[in-house]
Design a protein around this ligand. Structure first.
Ligand SMILES: Cc1cc2nc3c(=O)[nH]c(=O)nc-3n(C[C@H](O)[C@H](O)[C@H](O)COP(=O)(O)OP(=O)(O)OC[C@H]3O[C@@H](n4cnc5c(N)ncnc54)[C@H](O)[C@@H]3O)c2cc1C
Length: 499
């Protein structure tokens, strides 16, 4: 099986594709393009480059329907080896040419758009599983490998990585690592940062480094974690060693209905507190329960699924049952709801359909301690609904930990066409400010990209100094994915006018 990149929505280019942001960095001249093209398979045909210059950032789907991408790169490179990537980065670093890594381009924050033009470094030709160590449960995989191809390689060996994001079919291993992704089974298998054992990374000057490699270490800070979540701004990930697991021999499911979101939240908290780790633990607020989980507009539905060794699955599900059923007002629901969710969980067709009708639609996922979740749930929905043209702001809990959980908000608005962009930014401003003000963080797994760049300094506080220092040290010429994550860009380049 060989998975390919999936475009987010049609790019309508009747009169040629345009570019939303215009030029800001020095334009690549023909000599540079020729030299770069000689280093690895590359392409400069403008419609192909435009296609490679966009991702699934929902706002830009509106632009695509008008024939615009955020910014068209000068060239797309599709290297097939780490040596080619090293050569390419070394050259671009010497000539201050921007390089933006892109995998499946399924990011929803504009992280892989080449905001300052230059080179798109498409990693999807560097794909495949290199080795599997069954005894140690380690798989070595190249960054451009898509989820289905990785699992298809492992399943016949009786193994799985257990990372199943909703974008499983359209995202790559490199993108999972670069964005600190989370899969739908994360409560049992962990988030991607729990799965990475080691990395090979090419730095901005072309140096190839390896980090990690042991089950645990005490030789300084964990260098893997510098690159996990760095969204292509500190290096290009060219090889990943991931933990894997024996394929589950047992699976159990359950569904419950709660009288309020808050009482459901508390049941989830107590499940984790007692050591329950059901792979899937998803609590929907009343409107989302009604929309897709068989609710009546009052009840908040909790879906549970666990898999693994029968003994540990039974133990987890026993805890789940006890904690749910001891919650006042909680009752079991039809377990078929879990099967229904399994079938529809990766369907995104509503997003494209609503976008074509002119609706602004997006999701915002954050994490916070258990003690803050109920107030964030209330404050964030209220803030979003107060934005002019807002139609809906709903929420579910999707990933749980001992100390807190991820809340995933879905919001929609129906503004006049000329107010799409301003409504979109107003919704993000309102939602993010409410989350930060009530003790939540900026993102749980979608990352920062361009869309959330304006909030990074505030969200990281004094820690931002460390991130900026790492950027300056590892990429002194600022060539790697410039304009993202709120990091500084070379002083001679014009800043992005966003938002
Ligand atoms: C419908 C839908 C559902 C989604 N559901 C989930 C979900 O459940 N969980 C989740 O975590 N995310 C989800 N996402 C977001 C997205 O799929 C993830 O962020 C994913 O990890 C991005 O992978 P990608 O290969 O598409 O990366 P891209 O979008 O191509 O790139 C994302 C960022 O990673 C950088 N990057 C990519 N590859 C490399 C590399 N090899 N080295 C260095 N930097 C690199 C890029 O420069 C960019 O900054 C969803 C997206 C969509 C559209």
């Amino acid at each position: 099986m060989t998975t390919e990149i999936t475009p987010p929505i049609e790019l309508i280019s009747n009169e040629g594709v345009g570019d939303h942001f215009g030029h800001r960095a020095p334009v690549l001249d023909a000599e540079h393009i020729e030299r770069i093209a000689s280093m690895c398979p590359s392409e400069t045909r403008v419609d192909h480059v435009a296609e490679a210059s966009r991702d699934w950032w929902p706002l830009t789907m509106h632009w695509a329907l008008q024939g615009r991408v955020p910014k068209i790169a000068a060239i797309v490179c599709r290297p097939t080896s780490v040596e080619q990537i090293s050569l390419l980065l070394s050259y671009c670093n010497s000539h201050a040419i921007p390089v933006t890594a892109a995998g499946g381009r399924s990011g929803v924050c504009g992280a892989s758009i080449p905001l300052h033009g230059g080179v798109i470094l498409d990693t999807t030709s560097l794909r495949g599983v290199v080795s599997v160590d069954d005894r140690s449960l380690i798989v070595e995989v190249l960054p451009g490998t898509f989820g289905p191809d990785l699992e298809e390689h492992l399943r016949p060996l009786g193994l799985t990585v257990g990372h199943f994001p909703q974008s499983f079919d359209i995202a790559t291993v490199g993108g999972w690592v670069a964005c600190r992704g989370a899969g739908q089974y994360s409560t049992r298998y962990g988030k991607i940062e729990d799965m990475v054992i080691g990395l090979e990374v090419v730095l901005a000057d072309g140096t190839v480094v390896r980090t990690g490699g042991a089950p645990r270490a005490a030789a300084g800070p964990d260098l893997n974690q510098i690159f996990i979540g760095s969204e292509g701004t500190l290096g290009v990930v060219t090889r990943v060693w991931l933990r894997c697991h024996p394929v589950a021999t047992s699976e159990r499911r359950a569904a419950f209905g709660f009288a309020s979101f808050e009482s459901g939240l508390d049941a989830c908290r107590r499940i984790l507190r007692r050591g329950g780790t059901p792979a899937v633990l998803r609590l929907y607020d009343a409107p989302e329960s009604k929309r897709g989980q068989g609710g009546d507009g009052e009840v908040c539905v909790l879906l549970v699924l666990d898999e693994g060794d029968p003994a540990s699955v039974d133990a987890s599900m026993h805890i789940v049952d006890e904690e749910c059923m001891s919650t006042p007002g909680c009752a079991p629901r039809d377990v078929e709801l879990v099967e229904k969710w399994m079938h529809h969980r990766n369907d995104t067709s509503a997003l494209q359909a609503l976008t074509r009708k002119g609706f602004v639609v997006d999701t915002m996922e954050i994490a916070a301690p258990w003690g803050r979740l109920a107030e964030i749930f209330d404050a964030t929905r209220a803030a979003m609904l107060a934005v002019p043209h807002a139609r809906t702001a709903t929420c579910h809990l999707s990933h749980s930990y001992l100390d807190g959980a991820c809340l995933y908000f879905t919001f929609a608005a129906n503004p006049p066409a000329e107010e799409v962009e301003s409504t979109y930014t107003a919704l993000w401003d309102a939602g993010t400010r409410a989350v930060l003000a009530h003790g939540g963080n900026l993102s749980h797994h979608h990352g920062v990209g361009l869309n959330r760049a304006r909030f990074v300094r505030e969200a990281l506080g004094s820690g931002f100094t460390v991130l900026r220092a790492m950027k300056t040290a590892l990429d002194p010429n600022g060539i790697l994915n410039p304009g993202k994550m709120g990091l500084p860009i070379p002083s001679t380049w014009e800043n992005a006018n966003w938002p």
